[in-house]
Design a protein around this ligand. Structure first.
Ligand code: KG4
Ligand code: ZN
Length: 352
């Protein structure tokens, strides 16, 4: 079955066509440049950009792939969690397309889609431990199938990406700063005494990165020369000590993720692999540290390629395809779920 996926949960407008695990085509319009001017995503501007871009991306996707719309078997849409206004725009587009094409509509949990994205590149040996690390979420799951996610732990405050982005902002690196922390810290030996591994002395699987933020703020106050001129353009100037600062923050985040993930692996010896997903899974140090953890435990480490780590519609279409293929459907009353609320598994089940 060909599934058309729609993703508008944050600041990327994306559409993709996926047929049984193969991406037939995709279109993505990023708003990163627009929001960078404000140092963070401005929700109302994000909604308006989705509205401006969505329908045109559909036309461009269909024209570029040459696929006749009558071959589309279902429309999948990211229903949350995300920015409410942005989700509503994508959901209206998806409902319109499903009605127009006369095919079923499937709402997809954006977080689950991130974790299943690797399935577009290889088979997943369930059960797997899933670590979702993005700008808005840090979740650990035991995943028994594409439809069975057990939440083992989550962040109580900032997400891993948020911690990196806020640290980057403190030294005036461009938004979103996670990739700059990654890039500037690469090849520099971290000083693991500079920053804490927050919330790791308790035995649980939840995360809390706010302690790291406080410690980074204190360090920057004591080392003001680390701050770049506000919103530098083009090449970043060389600042002595900035590489060490970035490598050490990266190491603190990577190590915190390693400690909690190791506990999840120990608690679930039935797991056969670790799947790491979300924008922060693009981070080179985090990939190395988690691959090392898996090697220690004889577990496969699965990281989707970089274009599947950040927000995209192929992952929505892929999980949509699996759900629709198993008979899961939503009606036209499908609602959007904003960040902070659990996404219900509230499908109607059609015979397949
Ligand atoms: O999954 P995503 O594209 O969007 C959502 O939050 O849903 O993740 C965005 C996050 C941002 O915090 C961004 O700074 C971070 O992913 N990120 C990175 C890297 N690339 C993106 N963080 C660390 N290293 C990277 N290379
Ligand atoms: Zn995401």
């Amino acid at each position: 079955m060909i599934c058309l996926g729609v993703e508008t949960s944050c600041d990327e407008t994306a559409l993709a066509l996926v047929e049984d695990g193969a991406v037939l085509g995709e279109r993505l319009a990023s708003q990163e440049g627009l929001h960078a001017l404000f140092g963070g995503v401005v929700p109302e501007l994000a909604s308006r950009e989705h509205l401006r871009k969505g329908a045109a991306l559909y036309t461009s996707l269909m024209n570029s792939t040459g696929i006749d719309p009558s071959r589309v078997g279902c429309v999948a849409v990211a229903r949350g969690p995300g920015l409410l206004g942005s989700l509503l725009v994508g959901m209206n587009l998806a409902k319109g397309l499903a009605l127009g094409l006369g095919v079923p509509l499937v709402g997809v949990n954006h977080l689950h889609a991130h974790l299943m994205a690797a399935g577009l590149e290889r088979g997943l040996p369930f059960p797997v431990i899933g670590l979702l690390i993005s700008g808005g979420h840090t979740h650990l799951y035991l995943i028994r199938s594409p439809f069975e996610f057990e939440l083992l732990g989550r962040t109580l405050d900032d997400a891993a990406g948020e911690a990196l982005d806020k640290a980057a902002k403190m030294v005036n690196l461009p938004y979103p700063g996670g990739k700059f922390i990654d890039r500037l810290g690469r090849g520099v030996t971290p000083d693991d005494t500079l920053f804490p591994r927050p919330y790791t002395s308790n035995p649980g699987l939840d995360f809390s990165f706010s302690g790291l933020k406080t410690s980074v703020a204190r360090y920057v106050a004591d080392h003001p020369h680390l701050k770049l001129p506000v919103l530098p353009e083009g090449e970043l100037p060389h600042v002595p000590g900035l590489g060490l600062f970035c490598a050490s923050i990266n190491s603190a985040v990577a190590d915190t993720l390693r400690i909690k993930t190791r506990r999840a692996i120990a608690a679930h010896p039935e797991a056969r692999a670790l799947v790491v997903a979300g924008g922060v899974a693009a981070n080179s140090m985090i990939r190395t540290v988690l691959a090392g953890l898996c090697a220690e435990h004889g577990l496969e480490a699965i990281f989707p390629s970089l274009s599947l780590c950040t927000d995209n519609a192929a992952m929505i279409a892929h999980l949509g395809c699996l759900l629709a293929g198993a008979g899961y459907r939503h009606g036209p009353e499908l609602d959007a779920i904003p960040r902070g609320r659990p996404v219900p598994f509230d499908y109607a089940r059609a015979a397949v």
